[in-house]
Write a protein of this length. Structure first.
Length: 318
């Protein structure tokens, strides 16, 4: 292990009381010409926060503290990673929520990284009226180029998809999309009104984990009014844990389904079914269009050879 990597790990491992986090402040009435280092000099956009972090280059954990208010039309392709946790979170003792409103277009937050643990944390924010909410993307063609160890907790994704605005447009895939993104924790979030227009209603999912997105934990979330299957895995996205969630009017074919493409997939390899995904102690009511199954697996189990493991393991504790 290099001295640089070891030094970064030591800094990240120190308790918060010993090693204070590096902080930037966002406010809906902030100014991106400011330095963002205090609440009084808050910036306005996440794009500016990304650029400032490249300038400041902190080696410790980062907290981006976001004041309550309405943040319109923000979209960011995030590029700053330092090996430590980077948190997007409310101001301490905030009296209301920060609401990011895309007014019907674009992706709120994108990460394109296949270099290992990215350690992004999103907590206690509302994301509404975007084509797609959070997009964490590794390399879909190379399983060895992944990102990992991201967290979403206490988030509210509301009115995501091409139904908002109702004029239509290209159909959405997800509120949260994972592509070769692994060991993430998605817990205690609300996904509400995740909808495409009727002709493409089944294409959108609250959580879409595709192309080797493995070992993710999806726990204690609420899925409400989701026009496609609320959770969808695809293409060797194995070993995920879906536990203790509630599904209300969520799902076209099932609350959780696994699917893989069998032709004209746009990849340099064949896709495979996912295996060893656990669906345990979830509460499934009716789907978006009426009664539906809790789980469903599409495509032949033996598409990539004789299956050695079950695709979906459905369990309910006594």
């Amino acid at each position: 292990m290099s001295a640089m990597v070891l030094g970064t790990l030591l800094l990240c491992a120190l308790p918060g009381s010993v090693q204070a986090a590096f902080r930037l402040y966002l406010s809906a009435d902030g100014d991106d010409a400011r330095d963002g280092r205090r609440a009084a000099t808050a910036i306005r956009t996440l794009s500016r926060a990304d650029r400032l972090l490249h300038r400041y280059s902190p080696k410790e954990e980062v907290e981006i503290l976001i004041a309550p208010g309405l943040y319109l039309d923000q979209q960011v392709r995030w590029t700053y990673l330092n090996g430590c946790r980077i948190s997007f979170m409310p101001m301490p003792d905030a009296s209301g929520r920060a609401v990011f409103d895309g007014r019907g277009d674009g992706t709120w937050f994108q990460l394109r990284s296949g270099s290992g643990a990215s350690k992004l944390r999103f907590r206690g924010l509302t994301v509404t009226r975007y084509w797609l909410g959070i997009d964490l993307v590794g390399d879909r063609d190379d399983p060895g180029r992944w990102n990992a160890d991201n967290e979403l907790d206490g988030m509210h994704f509301l009115r995501i998809g091409n139904k908002y605005p109702p004029t239509g447009g290209r159909y959405s895939y997800a509120a949260v999309r994972l592509v070769n993104s692994r060991s993430n924790l998605i817990v205690g979030n609300v996904f509400e009104k995740i909808e495409n227009v009727e002709a493409r209603s089944g294409y959108v999912h609250a959580i879409y984990a595709a192309h080797h997105s493995r070992w993710n934990r999806i726990e204690n979330n609420a899925f409400i009014d989701v026009s496609g299957d609320a959770i969808r895995t695809r293409d060797a996205s194995n070993g995920n844990r879906i536990i203790g969630n509630s599904f209300v009017r969520a799902g076209k074919y099932a609350a959780y389904s696994d699917w893989f493409c069998t032709r004209n997939c746009g990849l340099f390899r064949h896709e495979c079914p996912s295996v060893s995904n656990v669906f345990r102690d979830n509460r499934v009511q009716d789907g978006y269009h009426g009664a539906l199954a809790a789980t469903r697996a599409f495509g032949p189990d033996d598409a990539c050879g004789a299956p050695g493991q079950a695709r979906i393991i459905e369990v309910r504790s006594p």
